[in-house]
Design a binder for this molecule. Structure first.
Ligand code: MG
Length: 484
């Protein structure tokens, strides 16, 4: 075996001298290389993280493989959860589209911005209102920190020019500005279409690029694919500067459409095909981040705007073990699948049952983009950094379940109190519970066993909390009631 140890002393000495010179050169070169590589890493590390917010429409708590669906296959979201963190107790800001989106983008309960109503629950094509210019959106906040910003997909915060994404902090917009079931054309099967294989031409929904309609009716069969392409292109073209991407899929909101590649693929039928294409889309986004080397430098957050649309029958999703769905303040209406992913920063495989909400994403993203805590004036959100990055406790002590402008329920720690209940869409009256129904959601996520009678101190604590909300959260005039 060749080794300096079996050489004679003179040769060893010459060898050592030569070796030292070689080693010195190698060390010198390595040093130079490390300075370059180090500074490149440092530059990347020192620059602000990218943020990708994926928001899907009407996906229920029980509609993903990783959340227990038996027949909808979601390998990309399952992997995202394995590599990231999955929430069990994460709430949208409302149980229907418009107020939920207003809550996400402003970090404030939608009553504060007028983006809810007791008469018209969402914006419609004849609406003249929208998210007021006075609102400070997540996109404006992040853009102010030097980020490129893009909105792709459903907006539903006002389709008139002054309310569109490009008026609210996004550099660009591509998508259907409201729900994909609006603009139903006369003579179309309408409601019945929702449980059939629908046709694109039954709805006259516009597809917009920035402020212009570029296609009408939008070809919804390729909409998930095209949103995905748009998202991938945005990521690839912004590798050199920090970016914020808001990717809000129009689906799986009814009517259900998917591209030919996903037709009749899912064991769950049409709804499954659609969710599986959305899952594919998530995979495309994550793979693009991996391929560009941005994965260790990007926070991706996935959740849904509200629970499953149960009144659509098999065309709607499922809330799994949770009671009720979209439109309701029972758990199924507002508790959502939620997955956070940031390799190297979020510990892989974490599951948290900390209380959190879409309202918390504004302060979380704003802090990551470099805004000092003192400048974040959004009162309803709590920075999730300790939950995400330290597996720590949530700073959120409680959460209010509004239906329109009214508080229907409150959550505090493990407990939830219902003051008002009503079916999601029925004509039944609102039931007022003089003695609230109280459930321990950690023991009883399906809200079956009312414990109010055994816990008078909880009844009192919730009453104080309700007074706090009634005093602190101002209800302003509704934007949703401004029509033609
Ligand atoms: Mg929705």
């Amino acid at each position: 075996m060749f080794s300096p140890l079996n050489m004679n002393p003179a040769r060893v000495s010459r060898y050592s001298a030569k070796r030292h010179v070689h080693m010195s050169i190698r060390i010198f070169l390595a040093l130079i290389a490390s300075i370059f590589v180090g500074s490149a890493i440092q530059m990347k590390g020192a620059s602000k993280p990218n943020i990708v917010m994926i928001f899907v429409d009407d996906l229920g708590y029980g509609d993903l493989g990783v959340y227990g669906n038996p027949t909808i296959r979601t390998p990309h979201l399952d992997r995202m959860a394995q590599e990231g963190m999955r929430f069990t107790d994460f709430y949208s800001a409302a149980s229907v589209c418009t107020p939920s989106r207003a809550g996400l983008l402003t970090g404030r309960y939608p009553v504060r911005s007028g983006m809810c109503s007791d008469r018209r629950r969402v914006l419609f094509p004849n609406s003249k209102g929208g998210l007021p210019a006075s609102e400070w959106t997540m996109a404006e906040a992040i853009k102010g920190q030097g980020y490129a910003t893009a909105a792709v997909g459903k907006w539903h915060l006002g389709h008139l020019p002054q309310f569109l994404p490009t008026s609210h902090g996004f550099d660009s917009y591509f998508g259907i500005p409201y729900s994909n079931d609006m603009d139903l054309l006369p003579g179309s099967p309408g409601g019945a279409a929702r449980s059939l294989e629908p046709e694109v031409e039954w709805w006259n929904v516009p597809l917009m690029r920035d402020e212009k309609v570029v296609e009408r009716p939008a070809d919804q069969t390729t909409i998930t694919r095209r949103y995905t392409q748009e998202a991938v292109t945005f990521i690839k073209s912004n590798q050199e500067k920090p970016f914020f991407l808001y990717l809000a899929h129009s689906l799986p909101h009814v009517p259900l459409f998917r591209s030919p590649q996903f037709e009749n693929k899912s064991l769950r039928g049409l709804f499954g095909d659609v969710v599986e294409e959305v899952d594919w889309s998530v995979g495309q986004v994550l793979n693009t981040l991996r391929e560009t080397g941005l994965d260790q430098h990007t926070l991706v957050f996935f959740t849904s705007d509200n629970g499953p649309w149960l009144t659509q029958g098999p065309a709607g999703g499922t809330a799994g073990l949770l009671h009720e769905g979209k439109g309701s303040t029972w758990e199924g209406g507002m508790r959502e699948p939620a997955i956070a992913w940031w390799p190297g920063k979020i510990k892989a495989g974490g599951i948290t049952s900390e209380l959190a909400s879409t309202l918390d994403l504004f302060p979380t993203f704003a802090r990551l983009s470099g805004i000092p805590e003192s400048e974040i004036t959004q009162k309803d959100g709590y920075d999730l950094a300790s939950v995400l990055f330290e597996n720590g406790r949530s700073a959120r002590p409680h959460f209010a379940f509004y239906r329109g402008t009214r508080i229907f329920a409150l959550r505090m720690g493990a407990y939830k109190a219902h003051y008002l209940t009503k079916s999601a869409y029925g004509r039944d009256p609102v039931v007022e519970h003089e003695n609230p129904l109280i459930f321990n959601l950690l023991h009883d996520p399906s809200e079956r066993f009312d414990i109010a009678g055994q816990r008078p101190e909880l009844v009192k604590a919730f009453e104080n909390l309700r007074t706090h909300y009634l005093n602190e959260v101002e209800v302003v005039p509704s934007q949703l009631e401004i029509v033609d």
